[in-house]
Structure formats: structure tokens, C-alpha cells
Design a protein around this ligand. Structure first.
Ligand SMILES: [Mn+2]
Length: 273
């Protein structure tokens, strides 16, 4: 069965003054996807309220999470979520984790492991992975949180001190960008014991030389080729049950146009045979 695409132009999880570029980025990618296999989740125009949760714009994030989950429940086979900010992974990862054990591969320059208490920004895109692990705003924690031993961070290289501490104590696997090989990644998945895999890609895992439309570029990232080889190696050995691509923030249609071939190569690797 061909992959289905779910576009979620959520920006409320980002604290950037340029957060609306996430909407432009989602739109640009959507324009190149087959319309018959693409669904767009409606994102409210309003920012939303924190409601005392410590998560900025909590009400909008919860609403989008619910709409996204509803859309995913109608899809059979592989769904690929296109963000939007990293917060869109909340519904996407929970959806597959609810159906059985997964290994979660988190390709991201950041760990997204803050809690409302530790977050310097209160922005949900920096808390989404920790929320999936069961720590966060009660209205967002999934019914079946992940275990840290099932999570593999790849290319994370800009962690806040509390995130570093959590990685050290929790047993999450971290593979540095320069240490990434297909074998290392496959071995790390094997250690989880899971046979089903979800792949998260925040485009900022890539080296800034690879993609222009990054709001928060961090040097010394992956090459596109290394990312694609990793995806292929994972798909060779394990069942890919879901994937998400997030945080594309082009400054102009021209910049989006120049980045799209790279993005489509990554989508092709995730959705292809
Ligand atoms: Mn991220």
C-alpha cells in the first residue's frame, strides 16, 4: 500500500518570531505531494492559551493533536506526517505506539526533552519527546507512554542542561552525527527489542549546508546522503510504521523551491519500497 501523507501546518509549538514560516514550509511540501494521498489537518488561526499548564499555547496544541489523531485513525498502512513544528509528533507517534511496541528514532539537532518546569521557552516543540515519554502537561501525555530504552536520538547536538541530565540517567541511546553508521543505528534498534519503527526527522538534523530553510540551524549535522542511507538501512530490517518530517521554515518561495529536491529525496526514502 502506498504511503499516505498528513500535512499538519502547526506553528503554535514554536517560540520563534518567525513561526509562521512553518505554515509556508508545510504548504510548500504539500504542493509537491500526490493530492489523492494527502490530507491536511486544520490548524486554528489563533495562538491558543497556556491554561496554567506551563506549555505555551496548550489549548491549540491539544486541539490539533485531537484532529490529527482522528485523521490518522482513518488511514490504513504507512502514514507520513508533514509538520509544522516538532509538536506534531505527539499524535503521530502515539498513534503507532498505541498499536504495539515501537523503536522511535529521533533525527533532530535538539532532544525535545524538556518538561514545562525545565523548559527555558515554554514552547511545546522542545517538550514533545519528553511528553511522549510520560513527563509533561497532563492533558498531553499519551495513554501509553514510551520507555526511554525504546528511543534513539540521532544527531542531537544542542541540548539544554536538564536534557543532558535526562539522557544520562534515562538510558536513551544517543548517536552523534559524526558517529552515525547504518550498522550502529540498526544495532541500536535491535537492542530495543522492537520490530516496528517510527522515524522522526526534524530538518535541523541536517548540516546547515544541506538545507536553507532552517530557523535554528546548528552546525556539524548530517549530510542528506547519510540520513537517506540510514532510513534505507532501517527499512531493510524493520517495519516502518510511521514517520514525521518537521520544522521546514523557508524565508521565501524561491528558497522553498531550492530546498524541495532535498526534502523530496528524504520523503522518497521513507515512502519508497
Ligand atoms: Mn525538534
Amino acid at each position: 500500500m502506498a504511503a499516505q501523507f498528513v500535512v499538519v501546518p502547526q506553528w503554535q509549538g514554536s517560540g520563534s518570531t518567525r513561526a509562521m514560516r512553518l505554515v509556508d514550509g508545510a504548504e510548500a511540501i504539500r504542493g509537491d505531494l500526490p493530492s489523492a494521498s494527502t490530507t491536511t489537518v486544520a490548524v486554528p488561526l489563533e495562538a491558543g492559551e497556556g491554561q496554567g499548564t506551563g506549555v505555551s499555547r496548550f489549548s491549540s496544541i491539544q486541539l490539533v493533536r485531537d484532529r490529527h489523531a482522528m485523521t490518522l485513525s482513518t488511514i490504513e498502512g504507512l502514514a507520513i506526517t508533514i509538520g509544522g513544528d516538532c509538536g506534531v509528533e505527539l499524535a503521530a507517534v502515539s498513534h503507532v505506539a498505541d498499536q504495539g511496541e515501537i523503536a522511535l528514532i529521533w533525527f533532530d539537532a535538539h532532544a525535545d526533552l524538556n518538561t514545562p518546569e525545565s523548559s527555558p521557552s515554554s514552547c511545546f516543540n522542545g517538550m514533545v519527546l519528553r511528553t511522549l515519554l510520560g513527563d509533561g502537561a497532563p492533558g498531553l501525555i499519551p495513554a501509553r507512554p514510551l520507555s526511554p530504552s525504546n528511543v534513539i536520538l540521532v544527531g542531537a547536538r544542542e541540548l539544554d542542561a536538564p536534557e543532558d541530565a535526562y539522557v544520562a540517567e534515562s538510558g536513551i541511546t544517543l548517536i552523534d552525527a559524526e558517529a552515525l553508521t547504518a550498522k550502529r543505528l540498526v544495532d541500536a534498534i535491535k537492542k530495543t527489542g522492537a520490530s516496528r519503527v517510527y522515524i522522526h526527522v526534524d530538518f535541523d538534523v541536517l548540516d546547515p549546508a544541506e538545507l536553507e530553510g532552517l530557523d535554528n540551524p546548528v552546525p556539524f549535522g548530517l549530510t542528506t546522503t547519510a540520513l537517506i542511507e540510514s532510513i534505507r538501512a532501517v527499512k531493510d530490517k524493520y517495519e516502518l510504521v510511521g514517520a514525521g518530517l518537521t520544522e521546514f521554515t523557508p524565508t521565501s518561495p524561491e528558497q522553498a523551491e531550492s530546498d524541495l529536491p532535498t526534502i523530496l529525496r528524504i520523503i522518497g526514502a521513507l515512502s519508497g519500497k
